[in-house]
Write a new protein. Structure first.
Length: 346
């Protein structure tokens, strides 16, 4: 980022308020933490289809977005990104409405109506700040939160200065927007790891005079605008490279699982007859389960269920075709009894 850019006020990501799961207060804290941290993460191996909203298409900006998706993919993560033309076929729908940039976080995009954007990029992406914005918003789509709101950062703000700064151009934020996107600290239950990464792509660049402590940041926070080493490490924890060959799960076979929170089990399903099947998890655990069909080398989601925080197990029902290949992916949030978790289809 140039000196001129650092001296000029920057437009910032204006994050929409994501729903927070309401969990029973008597639920053990370790279970709550596992559910809250994992709720926005995709099942690893999910092919994320993205499309550009036809009302605001901008071909020059779109190329920067494609390059940014490639940059995340080049880390070796287990997610795939597929561009499609019809937004109705995409989980991630990208607009270029001028003014604000934002994205829903992770799987929250699935709760949005199909005719709405799940991400907006509201300014020119063809300079350093614009490219960093595209990487940042895709980071939100992967399930990453704002780094400066990490309670482990220990940031003490000059709150009056922050409100004044953000009320001015180019952001013109009201106090609620400023609080939600900057001053509000994430609940410790939402935070992964114990470190603050001031170089994160999810960190804003702030001018001098807004931070009181840590003292070394009184003159400003200036991340390089790139995916940091810690960003890469964190995203690879959730989305490690996929195994080339998957174990096969046969009908009526109960496959025991030994997963820790955040870990995932993947299996190939090759039904021998065409009929309606049930696929489910069993045991004292919170899990998200997704079934995909292999269509010409691309996995298409057939059905999904998430039992986190509920007194039941994840289960889906779908008609499976003999001779076709399906992939079952299930991620563990939390298990509170060892050795009692399994998956099966029947």
């Amino acid at each position: 980022m140039t000196d001129a850019e650092l001296m000029s006020p920057l437009p910032y990501c204006s994050q929409p308020i994501s729903p927070v799961p309401v969990l029973p207060p008597e639920m053990p804290l370790d279970r709550q933490h596992a559910i809250i941290v994992g709720r926005s993460k995709w099942v690893n191996g999910t092919p994320l289809r993205y499309a550009f909203m036809p009302q605001t298409r901008n071909h020059a900006q779109e190329e920067v977005v494609r390059e940014s998706f490639d940059e995340w993919k080049d880390l070796g993560i287990g997610l795939d990104f597929w561009e499609v033309r019809d937004p109705r076929e995409a989980q991630v729908r990208i607009g270029f409405e001028p003014g604000r940039s934002w994205s829903w976080i992770g799987r929250d995009v699935l709760r949005r109506p199909r005719h709405e954007a799940t991400m907006n990029l509201g300014w020119d992406l063809r300079d350093d700040h614009g490219r960093a914005t595209a990487l940042h918003e895709i980071g939100h789509t992967l399930g990453l939160a704002h780094e400066h709101q990490n309670p482990n950062a220990g940031i003490v703000w000059n709150e009056d200065a922050v409100y004044r700064h953000m009320a001015g151009p180019p952001n013109h934020w009201d106090p609620d927007t400023t609080f939600h996107n900057i001053l509000r600290k994430l609940d410790p239950a939402e935070v992964e790891g114990s470190r603050w990464d001031p170089d994160s792509i999810m960190e804003y660049s702030f001018p001098a005079g807004l931070v009181i402590r840590p003292e070394e940041y009184r003159n400003g926070i200036r991340p390089p605008g790139k995916i940091s080493k810690l960003d890469a490490e964190q995203v690879l924890i959730w989305y490690p490279p996929l195994e080339e060959r998957l174990p096969q799960l046969t009908a009526f076979e109960s496959r025991s699982l030994s997963l820790t929170p955040g870990q995932q089990y993947d299996a190939e399903v090759l039904p021998e007859e065409t009929r309606t099947y049930r696929v489910g998890s069993f045991g004292a655990s919170d899990m998200v389960l997704v079934l995909f069909e292999d269509v010409d080398g691309e996995l298409r989601q057939v059905a999904a269920d998430d039992d986190s925080g509920e007194d039941r197990n994840a289960q889906v029902e779908a008609e499976l075709q003999a001779g076709r290949r399906y992939v079952l992916r299930t991620r563990m949030y939390h298990a509170w009894q060892a050795g009692t978790t399994a998956v099966m289809y029947w």
